[in-house]
Design a protein around this ligand. Structure first.
Ligand SMILES: *[C@@H]1O[C@H](CO)[C@@H](O)[C@H](O)[C@H]1NC(C)=O
Ligand SMILES: *[C@@H]1O[C@H](CO)[C@@H](O)[C@H](O)[C@H]1NC(C)=O
Ligand SMILES: *[C@@H]1O[C@H](CO)[C@@H](O)[C@H](O)[C@H]1NC(C)=O
Ligand SMILES: *[C@@H]1O[C@H](CO)[C@@H](O)[C@H](O)[C@H]1NC(C)=O
Length: 266
């Protein structure tokens, strides 16, 4: 008998698991000086959550659940992105599913060592604590939007039919195509993916493999994928304001996810 550890190493070698990319694959924070997050940190069901609400009247029975990258709530880019969802009309919640242990923003973190403490066993409980609290407070429809690290959890919530609609950008840690075969087999939740031409994790080849499972009406609940060229991993969270290609891609990803979510909320 092979020990479990060896078996899991072997399966990791043979499965196309999208790697979790560290600091060097992301731009540093791109939030302009003077831009402040508009929301608040609130504890929901024991979990620190960044909550940001529309200025105008909104439907409290609908929530956007924003699942951050590895830099979590300490990264102003994630909070400002959540504010953008609020400005689009949705009460938006970004749970600290990194358990107060986001990857340091300065490149000093070690993603391999960090990932050991950020598997599904550690991440899913705080995530579901917030989801369950929202539902018990009367939220009837949740749209999840997950970036990088949040991509795996977006797909899990879609697989588990926990949410109404899901969108993700440059997802990591997915097992392709298996995770999407699971979506096809057991989900009725529409899903949209924004991928980057230059992403070394969820590569264009893996994106095409995903299409082979879900595209062309193979997934009746709804599937859309849009690739953004000339940009890399992380582009939907951080864009260099001096680079028009990056700015257009980030805006395009947001607009594509927003339109998909609006189309699929009832
Ligand atoms: C929310 O909490 C995070 C993590 O502790 C912190 O870095 C951030 O500045 C806080 N944001 C606000 C708006 O209070
Ligand atoms: C990162 O952590 C891994 C696992 O703990 C370790 O093997 C590796 O040497 C570390 N890398 C650096 C640059 O410290
Ligand atoms: C989804 O369901 C699986 C199987 O029951 C479970 O192991 C996993 O924790 C769930 N994940 C989420 C994010 O709900
Ligand atoms: C942003 O783009 C400008 C213009 O191309 C470039 O000079 C600068 O180094 C870029 N910044 C980062 C962090 O990539």
């Amino acid at each position: 008998m092979l020990p479990i550890v060896l078996l899991s190493v072997l399966s990791a070698v043979y499965a196309a698991v999208v790697p979790q990319l560290g600091f060097e694959s992301h731009l540093p924070s791109q939030v302009a000086a003077g831009v402040q997050p508009l929301g608040k940190n609130v504890t929901i069901n024991g979990v620190l959550t960044y909550v940001t609400l529309p200025k105008k009247k909104f439907d409290p029975k609908i929530a956007v659940l924003l699942l951050t990258d590895v830099f979590g709530l300490p990264s102003p880019d994630n909070l400002v992105l959540a504010d953008q969802w609020a400005a689009a009309g949705f009460a938006t919640f970004a749970p600290d599913y990194l358990n107060g242990d986001a990857l340091p923003p300065d490149g000093l973190g070690n993603i391999t060592a960090w990932a050991v403490n950020h598997g599904e066993a550690q991440t899913t409980p705080p995530l579901l604590a917030v989801v369950n609290a929202l539902k018990s407070r009367g939220v009837k429809q949740i749209a999840v939007t997950g970036y990088c690290f949040g991509g795996l959890y977006t797909v899990r919530l879609v697989q588990n039919n926990t949410v109404t609609v899901g969108t993700t950008a440059h997802p990591s840690s997915l097992d392709v195509p298996i995770d999407f075969e699971v979506v096809k087999a057991q989900s009725h939740v529409p899903i949209e993916i924004n991928n980057a031409e230059l992403d070394t994790g969820f590569t264009p080849a893996l994106a095409v493999e995903t299409d082979s499972v879900l595209d062309d009406g193979q997934y009746p609940p709804g599937y859309l994928r849009r690739q953004f060229n000339g940009v890399g991993h992380g582009f939907a969270v951080r864009a260099n304001a001096s680079d028009p290609v990056q700015v257009a891609a980030k805006n395009g990803a947001f607009d594509t996810s927003l339109a998909f979510i609006k189309k699929h909320l009832k």
